[in-house]
Ligand binder design. Structure first.
Ligand code: HEC
Length: 218
């Protein structure tokens, strides 16, 4: 009986010894019948190597290297894989800022296409709160949303385009940011449309070309 106990004790000690080393790192190769090319004469990323004088196996990219690609879904380029404007260095276009001030003029060429795009995007993203005319009486107000700003009145005519861009991108006060949902180009399109909308709210007869004044209804 004594030998059985002793055998059991030795077996337990062996099992604990074998299991106890699990998770410990060893430099030695494990014994493998088939190595399946697991071990190759190469360097791991960011590992040390004796070949170069600085002791690094990897080389750093040459100065001025620009990353090509990168998952940048909010960009204009469309495809997340091919985005030549990955770095977004253009402060005016991507942040609405010029030095310490706001961009004062829309960086895009304002034409009918841009205005129509802006009108469509405004209807989707802004009109629910700010209303079709931008006076802050959108449908959300009927559902209890309070304090929605008018954005097409005379006061906001003084607000620079870049500041509109900033509010859309980062939100303001109780307004949520829409930077992740509205592409940069579309934000500028909305701003161009807002300018037209504000003009239409505060227009006088002299703003209408003489040739079509007759079409105006009182
Ligand atoms: C969910 C409702 C909602 C939506 C959608 C919304 N806004 Fe707003 N917006 C607000 C509220 C509320 C404020 C007032 C924020 C405050 O001052 O606390 C505001 C404020 C603003 C201001 C600042 C006005 C000021 O006097 O500084 C601008 C500009 C603006 N919105 C533009 C937009 C544009 C452009 C869109 C569409 C891309 C948009 N908003 C979408 C609710 C909304």
């Amino acid at each position: 009986m004594r030998w059985v106990f002793l055998g059991l004790a030795i077996l337990t000690a062996l099992v604990i010894r074998a299991m106890g080393t699990r998770g410990t790192v060893s430099d030695r190769r494990p014994l493998m019948a088939f190595s399946d090319m697991d071990f190759q004469p190469r360097y791991n990323p960011q590992a040390a190597g004796p070949f170069f004088a600085d002791g690094r196996a990897m080389r750093s990219p040459p100065a001025g290297t620009v990353p090509f690609g990168g998952a940048d879904y909010a960009s204009d380029a469309g495809s997340p894989r091919q985005n030549p404007d990955f770095l977004r260095e253009d402060d005016a276009y991507y942040r609405g800022k010029q030095g310490n001030g706001w961009v004062t003029a829309n960086p895009l060429r304002v034409d009918m296409d841009l205005l129509q795009r802006g009108q469509e995007r405004y209807g989707i993203f802004c009109a629910p709160c700010h209303g079709a005319t931008g006076t802050g009486n959108g449908v959300m107000v009927q559902y209890g949303m309070v304090g929605v700003a008018s954005i097409t009145d005379a006061l906001h005519a003084l607000m620079p385009d870049g500041q509109y861009f900033d509010v859309i991108s980062n939100g303001k006060g109780r307004m949520m940011p829409y930077g992740s949902q509205i592409k940069v180009r579309d934000r500028w399109a909305i701003i161009a449309y807002l300018r037209a909308l504000a003009r239409s709210q505060n227009a006088s007869l002299s703003d209408v070309p003489e040739s079509i004044r007759g079409e105006l209804k009182p």
